[in-house]
Design a protein around this ligand. Sequence first.
Ligand SMILES: Cc1cc2nc3c(=O)[nH]c(=O)nc-3n(C[C@H](O)[C@H](O)[C@H](O)COP(=O)(O)O)c2cc1C
Length: 209
Amino acid sequence: MRKIKLFLVVACVAMLAACNTKPAETEKEMKYENETIASIMERRSIRKYKPETVARETLEKIMECGINAPNGQNKQSWEVRVVDNPKVMAEINAVIAEAYGDKAEMAVGCFRGAPVMVFIARDLSYDFSAYDCGLLAENIMLSAQSLGVGSICLGSPVRIINDNEACAPVLERLGFSEGYEFCLCVGLGYADEAPEAKPRMKEKVKFVE
Ligand SMILES: Cc1cc2nc3c(=O)[nH]c(=O)nc-3n(C[C@H](O)[C@H](O)[C@H](O)COP(=O)(O)O)c2cc1C
């Protein structure tokens, strides 16, 4: 009987101790007011990725978050092409490399080595479509962050691809609809670096009293 009592006391103490031990994740969340603010504040542009790709299921969730972004008149004035197949990315890189000749390395480097590339096009018939696409991209990056996936917003592939006629096969491969213009990329993957936040200019925000 005594032994049982002792066992129960020890078990209770152990359970209480376990309750008081915060898992690492909870401690991380505690740094900010809530998880949304943590995702916003902890997201950084990632330019070095681990080779493993992101599971299709995770990408589908991230894209669902993307298309739930606010958008003008709910026109959803974007088209999104997700390239998670390394063979397709290699085809795209080969076209770009050929188009840029001795500048191939610089040109292909525009994707920053992200294993998944999201190509976004805007509806040219809608004057606010660039904002819609930017908000979509931000939803993609923040939801990715919340799922432990690193990201980077990329403008340079747009110039590299749109400004060189020899890159037209890339756009054909992506297959955007008529009337849509490729305008932004988001790279996704697992981060192999942890960059510090770049300083922000707080004086750019003023309350009008
Ligand atoms: C519209 C846009 C275009 C960008 N284009 C590139 C790019 O082509 N290459 C790149 O390395 N980073 C690019 N970035 C990432 C920015 O450099 C980055 O967001 C900025 O320096 C702030 O750093 P942070 O994202 O880590 O807070 C782009 C970001 C935005 C919003």
